[in-house]
Design a protein around this ligand. Structure first.
Ligand code: NAD
Length: 253
């Protein structure tokens, strides 16, 4: 695509936003890379650089191996989310919400940067949970992550639930784990009832999240995809924008 093509696509996408009345945004790891949190599958992604890392994040290996859990707690201690701050792309979605048109901000991210930027908790749908809390896999007790990380720092390498002794994990969805059915239903119903779906910073390769694009398109919504690399849903999109989100979303929104 030439610069002139990009500019024309941006202009057409702006018109679609202006015409829309009920917009749903679907975001992924790519919206937070400019805040210093690497994605999984982009060129600098965690799994692009180390494909075997993906095996460590299945719920089966987490449940079966204390060694995997100890490694996971060390990763959580060092997670870039603790230092990350929202970037211009997160803030652009706050501006979109101010227009009154943003019905839902569905995110696959676990970093809470949308809420930190100022998006209302009411419209943010966290499909894959949050790293800012822990959950007990036995009794479902939830606590702030920082409480449990303090235990890890003081020497508990695989801290058990204080209430029932069960295995603790970040309150995120691991591979092999089902999404919360109520959260998924809310996202699907938002996708069905929007007139424009804006997907940003997602490779659209994780289901059921990626399927929301098809649901919206089948229900008659226009689709705009903003992602640095091609996605399997580009053919459904009225416009595809490839530039960095920290620049593209502020100029679009
Ligand atoms: P992904 O890694 O599969 O895809 C990210 C996409 O964003 C890539 O196609 C990449 O080209 C694009 N991208 C990266 N930086 C960009 C930028 N600055 N501008 C434009 N495009 C950019 O991510 P996904 O689709 O969200 O799926 C990965 C899963 O990983 C999700 O389930 C999510 O829960 C989890 N995850 C979350 C975070 C986070 O919370 N920040 C980080 C890593 C992974």
């Amino acid at each position: 695509m030439t610069d002139a093509d990009e500019t024309a696509a941006l202009q057409r996408a702006r018109e679609l936003i202006a015409e829309a009345e009920r917009i749903v945004a679907l975001t992924g790891a790519g919206i937070s890379t400019e805040s210093g949190i690497p994605d999984f599958r982009g060129p600098q992604g965690v799994w692009t650089r180390n494909p075997s890392a993906q095996k460590l994040v299945t719920i089966q290996s987490y449940l079966a191996s204390a060694e995997v859990r100890r490694a996971a707690w060390q990763e959580r201690l060092r997670h870039p989310a603790w230092q990350a701050r929202p970037n211009a792309a997160h803030r652009a979605l706050v501006e979109l919400e101010r227009t009154g048109k943003l019905a839902a901000l569905i995110t696959q991210n676990i970093d809470e940067l949308h809420q930190q930027a100022g998006s209302s908790a009411d419209i943010v749908v966290e499909l894959h949970g949050t790293i800012h809390q822990t959950v007990c896999l036995q009794c479902s007790d939830r606590r702030p992550m920082r409480e449990t990380l303090a235990r890890v720092e003081s020497g508990e390498m695989d801290p058990p639930c204080r209430l029932c002794g069960g295995i603790l994990k970040s309150a995120t969805i691991s591979f092999g784990q089902a999404l919360d059915p109520q959260v998924l239903a809310r996202a699907q119903s938002a996708a069905e009832s929007c007139d424009l779906l804006l997907a940003a910073g997602t490779s659209l390769s994780v289901h059921p999240a990626a399927g929301l694009v098809g649901i919206a398109a089948d229900a008659g919504a226009k689709v705009i995809i903003c992602n640095a690399e091609p996605t399997p849903y580009d053919h459904l999109a009225a416009e595809v924008l490839r530039g960095p989100l920290g620049t593209v979303l502020p100029s679009l929104l």
